[in-house]
Design a protein around this ligand. Structure first.
Ligand code: MRU
Length: 352
């Protein structure tokens, strides 16, 4: 399905017994929804960045489990299919922990349901309802993250962001971009600087696009301009999303985030990370243990179809980097604003 309606674009829509997925590779030029009907369709969409952003990946994968188990003909076969779909979808991308969180939640729900003796149709419907719940909870969570983040910002300031942690990366609002939407609703003026985010340009193609559509004051810059813009005094804060926060507060996010954090520290600018609790991974002690995805050389040498490097040149293309916790001013979650010591304070989040 192709549309020209930009209003309230959603990355993932469950509709008419299938998953309509906004193909984010085509933005901002084309708005195309792809109908996904199998777990293989979902795996492929995640791997090839048709859907991307940690929470949106988790949401899509949850629907993938429901799709991958819907043709089972007995309760036993259904549970086996759920487990198999979860294992398979877990191989789509390695870094965003929301993927594994959503798959574990779907598996746990299926196991609980299976022990309750429901009809096969009821089992399938209840599992689909769990995926729908993951999506709608994400929207509510992001609004709360936005409220907490906005409490850190004043009217008429400049804020820099990297990559896309907006509505397109989540069910709605985004994490790092949520405060900008709330500020707009409340008549506040925040000037956003969006790094273009080489090599796949999530900042240019997605962040600049969704903020511009919403009427937020956004200025696009190349990644290598962030220091210059900070030195001009135009940036009062940095806010980014994350794919995984380790137990000690080290943060994995889109490649280039670490450089932005170092620059922020050099300029005395606070560096905030916004994420739901589902992105915090207490089982990973530090950033050193977070798996960093490496992607194709072609993203760098011939991104978007134009060759910009010599044939055969050696390429290193990590999709994420680790920002050590000492660069992080605070982590903003739906449960509030967490400051150092992160090892102690992140743990407390899960105790209350
Ligand atoms: O490779 P991507 O586009 O999936 O990377 C996305 C990011 O790095 C986001 O900042 C992160 O997932 C947070 S999204 C709320």
């Amino acid at each position: 399905m192709t549309t020209t309606n930009y209003e309230g674009l959603q990355s993932v829509i469950w509709h008419d017994d299938k998953l309509d997925l906004l193909d984010q590779r085509l933005l901002p030029e084309e708005i195309v929804y792809l109908p996904l009907v199998t777990k293989e369709d979902v795996w492929e969409a995640i791997r090839h960045l048709k859907v991307r952003g940690a929470p949106a990946i988790g949401i899509a994968a949850a629907y993938g489990v429901a799709l991958g188990s819907r043709s089972a003909e007995s309760a036993e076969a259904w549970l086996a299919d759920v487990r198999q779909a979860a294992e398979y979808l877990a191989t789509s991308r390695p870094t965003a922990v929301n993927l594994f969180w959503a798959l574990d939640r779907m598996k746990a729900r299926a196991e609980a349901l299976a022990s309750e003796g429901h009809s096969l149709e009821a089992l399938k419907q209840a599992l689909l309802d769990e995926a729908i719940a993951i999506q709608s909870e994400d929207e509510e969570t992001n609004r709360m993250i936005g409220e907490h983040a906005l409490s850190l910002f004043q009217d008429d300031i400049g804020v820099l962001t990297h990559c896309n942690a907006g509505g397109l990366a989540t069910a709605k609002y985004g994490t790092a971009l949520a405060p900008f939407y709330l500020a707009k609703e409340r008549g506040m003026n925040i000037r956003v600087f969006a790094d273009e985010t080489r090599p796949v340009l999530q900042g240019a193609r997605l962040t600049a696009f969704e903020l511009q559509q919403a009427g937020v004051d956004v200025t696009l810059i190349c990644d290598n301009m962030a220091g210059h813009v900070m030195s001009k005094g135009w940036v009062n804060a940095v806010i980014v999303g994350t794919d995984r926060v380790a137990a000690n507060g080290d943060v994995a996010n889109k490649i280039g985030t670490y450089s932005v954090a170092v620059l922020a520290k050099a300029h005395g600018i606070p560096f905030y990370v916004a994420c739901p609790l589902s992105t915090i991974d207490l089982n990973t002690p530090t950033g050193a243990e977070i798996p960093i995805e490496e992607r194709n050389a072609e993203e760098i040498t011939e991104g978007f179809g134009k060759r910009t490097a010599p044939q055969g040149v050696k390429v290193y293309n990590p999709a994420f980097d680790i920002t050590p916790n000492e660069y992080v001013t605070a982590i903003i979650t739906e449960k509030g604003i967490i400051e150092a010591p992160f090892d102690v304070n992140l743990k407390k989040l899960f105790e209350s």
